[in-house]
Structure formats: C-alpha cells, structure tokens
Design a protein around this ligand. Structure first.
Ligand code: NOJ
Ligand code: CA
Length: 617
C-alpha cells in the first residue's frame, strides 16, 4: 500500500470521531496486515505470477457447502436487503422543504418495488438538529418537522401491510445538550439526573490527560466539566467506568445505582418504539457506552470497555429474543467480533481502512479528506482489495454462526458511492455488495445512481463535507425540485442535483436496462439463490495484491454461485481452481466472461468493467 503515513497513523486520521470506538480494537490487525504479504500460495496456477501475493489467510480454501445459521435470528433476515432512508431528504409531503414520515408512507410502494425486506430510518425524534437529529431532546416524541407519533404508528402499520419492516435509529450513547435530563444534570443542586452524564468534580482542574479534548467546561451552574461523545452538543450518557480511577471520584462504577437507573430508562425507550410497531433498530455508536480509564489517547471517550458495553446490549437482545423474536438489530460498532458476541444480529463493518480501500480511498472521496491511494472499485484500476479481504475474513471466521457482517452500500456519513463513477461502475459495486456474505444495506438514491454534490454546498445540521453532498434530496422525477418537494428551492433541506441529466426514479423506471432495474435484479438474486443466503459459505478464489479481478464462490450444500468482478477499466486475467463438480455455468447477472476450463482449473479473461454472477449446475 502506497501510504506515506503508514497504516497505523493513517488509520487514526481517516476516521471520524464516531468511528473511534473501533480504532484501538482494529490496531492489532492493522499492524499485522501492514506487513508485506507473503508471496507463497497453496493454490496451483499456470504461472507463478498469477499466484504471487495471495496470503495464506485467504487462499487455499475449498468449497465445502457447509454453513452455520446464527441462532435467535429471524428467518427473514437470512436473505435480507435493507434500504436506508434519511428522513429529511426522502420525500416532503407538505411542501415545507423537509422530508417527513407521511412522505415516507407515500413512497412505501416504491421501496417495496425494490424488493427489499426492511427500511432503516435515521433518527426521527425531537431534536435541535445540531447533528442531523442524532442529538435527541425527547426520545418519546417524533420531531414536529417529521410529523407526529401517530404518523410513526401509521408508518409501521403501512409498512407491515406491504411486508416491510422498519428499524428506527437508537442513539443510546448520548443525548442532545438540550435534553431536559442534561439541563437538570448541569444544575448545581444535586438531582435525579446529576449522575446521568459524565461530569468531573472541579471545573478548574483538567481531567486526566488521556481524556484530552473530551470534556467541555463552563456549561451550566455545576462545578465540573462534561464529557461529550461526538459533537459538543452531544453529552455522553453515563454508563460508568469499567475501571474507575480511585483518584477521580467522579468516575462511577458500572453498577452505580444512578447509572443503572439511566440504563433502565434506555430500555424503556427501546420498548416504547417496539410496542408502537417498530421491527428493531440500528444502534448508533454502539461500542461507545462504558468508559474505561485504563486505555489511552483520545479514543478514550469512544473506545469503551467491551464487557460492560456488551452487557447492556445483551440485556436488550434478551428482551428482543423473548418478546420480539421477529425483530432485528444492527450496530454501528465496526468490530463484528464484539458486536455479534451475543449483542446484535448484524454489525456494519465500514469504519476501518479496508472499507475505504474498496470505495473511498482517494482524498476527495474520503470523510476527512486525508488519504492517498485508489479505491478498488474504480475504473482507474489501481486499487488493492487484499487488506480489506484479510480483515473481513478474520472477522468472518470469528463470527460464523453468531451473526452477520454488513458492508454498507453507502450511508449518510460518507460521500455517495456515485462520486465520479458511472452506472456501470456502480452496478459492479452493487453486485459485490449483494453477493458477499451477510446482509446488505443500500443508501437511498444509490439504486438510481444519485451523485455526490460539491463540498461547497451548505453544511447544514452537522453535515460537514462530504456528508452534505451525500444527503441531498431524493430524485423522483423531472418536476420541480426533482419531485422531492413543492417548496421554493431556497427552502429545501439541501439543494437538489442541478445537472440536466440528474438521474430520477421516473426516467429509470421506463428503461429496462437502467441502474434501478439492474439493482432490482441483483436484490432479487439475493432472495432466490440459496447460496446467497447471508450465512452461506464464502470462499475467495482469486485475490491478488494490486490486481484485478476479484473472484469468489458462495455455497450452501450443493448450491454454488461464482462471482467474478473486474471494476477496472482494463482487461484482466485470472486462473483459479474450482474443487467441485459441475457441468454448466448459468449466467444469473452481468455479462458472459470467457472461461477456459481445464480439469479443475479455469482461466478467466475478463473484459474491462465487467462482472458475472454464475450459478453452477
Ligand atoms: C454516527 C452517525 O451515523 C453520524 O451521523 C453521527 O454524526 C455520529 N454517529 C454521532 O452519532
Ligand atoms: Ca415536510
């Protein structure tokens, strides 16, 4: 990897603070994988050259068709595809320029037509919107701009009528600084909420240096500094300290009665939305609950002591298993080995450098603008998939039978995947996302190839670049504001794509070869092919450092799928081995690829920007 910062320091610089929780945990694998990749391989090939660079961790695996289904996971989840809706940008039903719940209801038929199973909606609760609504000021109330609690109930009902599930966004690690709990907590006079947040006991004394940057002083009448969990407006809720420092009396243990009371209230919130009809949730910063005074650096306030944090989520999972066995919960933890350890059904694996290697390695694509290198999924064809894959395999091996890893196809925190990419580029990325193990999440608008907007656009509600360019309104038609809203253009949450050829649902519906219809076809495959089950076996067949294509198999019993991906703009060749008998390969999606078959070996000649998904018969 050409990276002047070196893997480790670079790693720390790439991520948003929200990702910090995973950084320390990932630091070990990062060091290991930063080493030169061994050249030897257990695979046989026509030439030495083809094999060079395959690491033993991912080579030499054979297709067995064996699999293990995670227990206490709803049946529907095993082939699930989720659609992520950013509520402010999806559809504005009342012409005030901001998307709303009635708008989502009106578009449920469209969502259903994609063939997805469930929808994750970013926070829709009352909020001053310092961080897009993650900063919640009332967990029990829908933000008036989105509608009412009755609208939410209606949304759940209407979704269920169509066989769709709805996940809400559960922000358990902090509240808005405008939440009444925090207002009370900031008061000098001791009260029920004094310990619900993390406060030092002396405003003049700086907290220990490992917390540098985590504390804010001079707020409220209380003599102390409060800990933030992300932006300054997001004070950390107090889940206690795994190893309280005896010299810092304000560090409470995780079983302190006030900590326990706060945790119980978070459970009430969870039950409230589940009772109303939600089908589960996505947990924001799921690993960032319990603090640990024995870890270093500014990760301290994100990187938390796992056991205490896991205990909380396991309690939630227990309620879910017993009372809502058909519900599903997914975490923003980005460390599946922890998140799937009895806590969540699935974990997003995107806050690590391997994800950037796939989709956003260039400085103009990456979140913090500091990066060197090339995305693997780019026609330039200069990327490298090995670092991603080794991290992925390591996590996969550790979580088989426990839950699912999700490699999201975009989200509201990163630049759009459609960032200097054609529809053909995107289709190959979606073919990858929908055929890898685990469950797939698709960010709204990506199915039509919505593009990243310029960073000079307004950075509203904490959407600092490049998030602002990824949160723009959904493009429905060529009508006013691309069909998103009837409001005046300057009243919109964010402007719409001004390009003459801005993709829209309406125009893509009419074209059988549109990205929209190709995405639908790929989503369908994930449901119809047994070997594309989230739990089906995954076997890399051709992976080479700094090279294309990437080839793998998925298998369940005798069902086998072969996936060949060449996102590069150059023709590529690969020799690989298939250790199972088959007589025919049936093209399920993509384009036919020239495959010269030997006994067990196959030489693939893959044209530029081409992929194929074959079913072996
Ligand atoms: C992750 C959320 O996805 C992001 O939008 C937010 O800013 C941070 N966490 C803080 O919650
Ligand atoms: Ca509205």
């Amino acid at each position: 990897m050409q990276n002047k910062f070196g893997r480790r320091s670079f790693f720390g610089r790439v991520f948003s603070a929200a990702a910090g929780l995973s950084l320390l945990k990932m630091s070990k694998p990062v060091e290991v994988f930063a080493r030169a990749i061994p050249l030897e391989s257990t695979q046989h090939s026509l030439s030495e050259e083809i094999d060079a660079g395959i690491d033993t961790m991912i080579s030499g695996r054979e297709i067995t068709g064996k699999y293990s289904i995670p227990s206490e996971t709803p049946e529907w989840a095993h082939h699930a595809v989720f659609y992520q809706v950013y509520p402010q940008s999806f559809y504005d039903s009342n012409g005030d320029g901001i998307g709303d719940l009635q708008g989502i209801i009106q578009k449920l038929d469209y969502i259903k037509s994609l063939g997805v199973d469930a929808v994750w909606i970013n926070p829709f609760f009352e909020s001053p919107f310092c961080d897009g609504g993650y900063d919640i000021s009332n967990y029990y109330k829908i933000a008036p701009r989105y509608g009412t609690n009755d609208d939410a109930k209606k949304l759940f009902e209407e979704a269920h009528k169509r066989g769709l599930k709805i996940l809400f966004d559960f922000v358990a690690s902090y509240t808005s600084m405008e939440h009444p709990w925090f207002t009370a907590s900031a008061e000098q006079k001791k009260n029920k909420y004094s310990n619900w947040y993390i406060w030092t006991d002396n405003i003049w004394l700086n907290p220990p240096k490992e917390y540098q940057g985590a504390f804010i002083k001079g707020f409220g009448t209380r003599n102390g500094q409060y800990m933030q969990n992300f932006y300054h407006c997001e004070p950390a809720l107090n889940y206690g300290f795994a190893v309280p420092d005896p010299d810092q009396k304000w560090e409470l243990p995780i079983d302190h009665p006030d900590v326990v009371a706060m945790r119980e209230e978070m459970k009430n919130i969870f039950r409230f939305w589940m009772k109303m009809g939600a089908d589960g949730f996505r947990a924001d910063m799921a690993g960032a609950l319990v603090k640990s005074s024995n870890s270093e650096g500014n990760q301290q306030f994100f990187k938390t002591h796992e056991d205490g944090t896991k205990t909380f989520w396991r309690e939630i999972r227990k309620i879910l298993n017993e009372e809502y066995p058909d519900a599903f919960i997914v975490s923003e933890w980005s460390y599946p080995a922890s998140a799937l350890d009895g806590c969540f059904h699935a974990d997003f694996f995107h806050w690590f450098e391997g994800y950037n290697d796939l989709f956003q390695k260039e400085s103009w694509r990456i979140l913090n603008g500091v990066s060197e290198g090339h995305s693997y999924f780019d026609a330039e064809g200069k990327g490298d998939i090995t670092f991603f894959l080794k991290n992925f395999m390591e996590q996969l091996d550790r979580t088989v039978g426990k839950g699912y890893i999700s490699i999201p196809l975009g989200n509201h925190d990163n630049a759009r995947l459609g960032n200097n990419r054609s529809d053909d580029d995107l289709e190959i990325m979606y073919a990858f996302g929908l055929t890898m193990p685990g469950v797939t999440f698709i960010y709204y608008g990506n199915e039509i190839g919505m593009r990243q907007m310029p960073e000079s656009w307004p950075q509203v509600e904490g959407s600092y670049r490049p998030r602002n360019g990824a949160r723009t309104p959904m493009q429905w038609s060529k009508e006013k504001n691309l069909g998103f809203s009837t409001a005046a253009a300057d009243k919109l949450f964010l402007p719409v794509d001004p390009a003459n050829d801005a993709p829209t649902v309406e125009s893509e519906e009419r074209d059988p070869n549109s990205l929209l219809n190709k995405t639908r076809k790929l989503i369908r495959l994930k449901h119809t092919e047994p070997a594309l089950a989230a739990y089906a076996e995954f076997v890399p067949l051709y992976v080479k450092e700094n090279a294309y294509p990437f080839i793998y198999a998925r298998a369940k019993d005798k069902d086998v799928i072969l996936v060949i991906l060449n996102p590069s703009g150059k023709k590529s060749e690969a020799e690989f081995t298939l250790n199972i008998p088959y007589s025919k390969m049936k093209l399920l999606s993509g384009k036919e690829i020239k495959l010269a078959r030997g006994d067990k070996k196959i030489l693939a000649t893959v044209p530029p920007q081409t992929y194929a998904i074959y079913g072996l018969q």
